[in-house]
Design a binder for this molecule. Sequence first.
Ligand SMILES: Nc1ncnc2c1ncn2[C@@H]1O[C@H](COP(=O)(O)OP(=O)(O)OP(=O)(O)O)[C@@H](O)[C@H]1O
Ligand SMILES: [Mg+2]
Length: 472
Amino acid sequence: MARERILIVDDEPSLGELLTMLLEREGYVTSRAESAEEGLEQFDALAPDLVLTDLNLPGIDGIELLRQVKTRSAQRGRDVPVVLLTAYGSVATAVLAMREGAFDYVAKPFHNDELRHIVKKALALRALEADNARMRVALGERYQLGQFVGTSPRMQEVYTLVRRIMGTRISCLICGESGTGKELLARAVHYGSERSRAAFVAVNCGAIPENLFESELFGYKKGAFTGAQRDKTGLFEAADGGTLFLDEVGEMPLASQVKVLRALAEKKVTPVGATAEVPVDVRIVAATNRELRAEVAAGRFREDLYYRLNVVQIDMPPLRERAEDVPMLVQHFVERFGDEYKKPMGGVTPEAMRMLRAYPFPGNVRELQNIVERAVALEPGSLVTPSSLPERVQGALAASPAPAEEEEHEEALEGLDLEARLAEVERGYLVRALAASGGNRTQAARLLGITFRSLRYRLVKFGMDEDDDGAT
Ligand SMILES: Nc1ncnc2c1ncn2[C@@H]1O[C@H](COP(=O)(O)OP(=O)(O)OP(=O)(O)O)[C@@H](O)[C@H]1O
Ligand SMILES: [Mg+2]
């Protein structure tokens, strides 16, 4: 770890020297200023981790220095603790300073140990807060991506891309067929980011009539038109500090596209009937199931808006192109709906699973989810059987018969090779946990509720131990 930097502000040279010596001996990097003015200059230049200042200084005093340090560090998004040195007799002022945000104060003359202790505590607390902030982001990310089931290479690509843009405010365009998880992904992008404390506002661009678009998105002032009885906040403003999800963005009327583009470019909106603009800070995530580039070519979508939205494009693969995810998704929804319907479900019979695997799912994950929900509701027993699947799914096998060899092979396995099946399940979970933790094994082990050692053992067992990420 890099050594922590401490800025010492004191107009008494002998004391300054003593403090420097004391703190350097503790392994800190120090710099010294003899006035608050000089101290602020150094603060900007050196970005210290802690400021230790005398209260009584020539010119700007210690309290004012404290205020400035607090404002400047707030602007940078990282708090810098300030510890005050006070002469006996001005302790009352020091107590007052605590209310202004000082971490603590030390009365002069002080014990070296006392000073060391307070400095150490202030820095430890600061490190902890920074860790917590990082952890919140990491947890949000893990949790949100953790809602995604599927370990196919196509989905791995999606996770990798999302993880890369999650902490940024880059606009992204999510493309994919209906039911592939576009909205789920948009939420993951929001809740995994530092914006998660502000709102996620979803707008279905296809559902708002053209003449209401402006007032819905930008709001209006009382009296702006007949029926405007009071001020109304628009969706842009509602998403301030957070994420605005423009769903079905390809359906947005051309006239509205101009206005949205302007709002994005200027980061301001003008409510209908208002004279002043309102600044807004939103991250835009858009989704479409249309070929948006073709819409641009056909003149139905503005090219400039297309480029503004499409800084990063995420393609959600249709389920039929990642059939290997089907068993895991089925299992996931069987468990989920089993819980919801209070029916302890064991799973799916091999025949029913073969049908599901053969079915092309034109409605993607949403269709799979609906099919499983219906089956769980209908099924009298604890396994989903072919008879509780819709006819179209039952017919899928006949339409595209599995190669005879494979079928025989599976028949032969049925009920016989429990170990192999368990191993398959186990391996699936390992892959899933590693995907969710971005390859971090310590986190993956925690996700699975097993020890790191046990995870390691299983990775070796499945020959998945090739790359050591050093998390030993
Ligand atoms: N990989 C996945 N794992 C688990 N659940 C998923 C996954 N993908 C989608 N879902 C679920 O499937 C349903 C449909 O997803 P979502 O609404 O995000 O799709 P969409 O692409 O926005 O669809 P549409 O274009 O029809 O609006 C949701 O209930 C979602 O939670
Ligand atoms: Mg959707």
